[in-house]
Design a protein around this ligand. Structure first.
Ligand code: PLP
Length: 337
């Protein structure tokens, strides 16, 4: 059967489909009120430590190749999983990677500046440029782009998180993969829960649902902005553009569900709920979450279950979006005193 994604250039990077597992021991720990719990292992996309950006990068790298680029430029926080996966994708596709990283997270752990994703960026051979705190990021960026152009490079730019219409195609396709897997198990009316940040994952999933209205409902957990309404509006806009790119009707803006109250004092700043969730899932399921996204996302899912948002007859699927290298950047949070 022809796929709506065949119309777009794509460079194969991910191990697909990723595994779908059931978390029976976590469910037992949460007690008789817990719904049935599955986990979709997009931490196992394979490329360079895995994670959700790899599905986006298949379409982004495809587009960069089609445009004749030789350098991929992106941006993010110092511990960006997206930057690390872009560095790996660039290596795999024969591009140079330039990572313009913003020193923006008010976290002063010793390992934050040198370990985790930041270490892996160097191992992948990326050209890392760090915007100092307080510097004019736009001006810094322009100077890097001008320098690359003057040197004769053909840069392809993708923003933080790879959250463009092109990148979001990866999660529209992932939505179909999950809807098919749940249907094959005879599961209907499931709820998909995931950490949401730059919004391309959630926007892509929502656009994908325009192809399969019988698939799971989508619940983002805000791990990024203190202003949830602004983030919802951005996701609705990107979802509409992604659907249009696929030739589909725009989803209604009120399908964007984004749970509030789990980011803590800010993006990348540890919360108690995150630490508990990371340790709980490691100790009940042997699965590693991360401190910035999936730990807070899982803390959100557990809180919703405890509040009675779901019934024991419901099925939840936690989308594990990756990020494990970040644990090493926050090692002090998990070390016994
Ligand atoms: C980037 C990222 C997310 C959020 O995805 P967005 O598309 O940016 O919303 C979630 N989890 C991990 C581990 C990530 O790296």
């Amino acid at each position: 059967m022809p796929s709506p994604f065949d119309a777009f250039p794509r460079f194969s990077l991910a191990h697909l489909p990723t595994p779908l597992g059931e978390m029976t021991r976590l469910r037992a720990h949460l007690g008789p009120a817990s719904p049935r719990l599955f986990i979709k292992r997009d931490d196992c996309t394979g490329l360079g430590g895995g994670g959700n950006k790899t599905r986006k990068l298949e379409f982004l790298v495809g587009e960069a190749l089609a445009q004749g680029a030789d350098t991929i430029v992106t941006t993010g926080a110092l511990q960006s999983n997206h930057a690390r996966q872009t560095a790996a994708a660039a290596a795999a596709a024969g591009f140079k990677a330039v990572l313009v990283l913003l020193d923006m997270v008010p976290y002063q752990g010793q390992s934050y500046r040198q370990s985790g994703n930041r270490l892996l960026d160097d191992i992948f051979g990326a050209d890392v440029r760090i915007i100092p705190p307080g510097a004019d990021a736009t001006a810094f960026f322009k100077s890097v782009m001008a320098e690359l152009q003057a040197a004769g490079a053909k840069p392809y730019f993708t923003p933080a998180g790879g959250s463009t219409v092109t990148g979001s195609l990866g999660y529209a396709a992932a939505y179909l993969e999950m809807a098919d897997e749940l249907a094959a198990r005879g599961i209907t009316g499931a709820h998909l829960i995931h950490a949401s940040s730059s919004g391309g994952t959630q926007a892509g999933l929502i656009a994908g649902r325009q192809l399969r209205h019988d698939g799971p409902a989508i619940h983002g957990i805000n791990v990024y902005r203190l202003d949830t309404d602004k983030m919802k509006a951005d996701i609705a806009s990107l979802a509409a553009k992604t659907a249009e790119h696929l030739g589909l009707a725009a989803p209604s803006a009120n399908v964007v569900v984004l749970e509030d109250g789990f980011v803590g004092t800010g993006y990348g700043v540890p919360t108690e709920g995150m630490i508990e969730a990371v340790e709980l899932v490691a100790r009940t399921e042997g699965i590693l979450l991360d401190p910035v996204y999936t730990g807070k996302g899982m803390a959100g899912m557990i809180a919703l279950i405890k509040r009675g948002t779901f019934t024991p007859d419901d099925t939840l699927v936690f989308l594990h979006t990756g990020g494990m290298p970040g644990l090493f950047a926050y090692e002090e949070e998990f070390t016994l005193p």
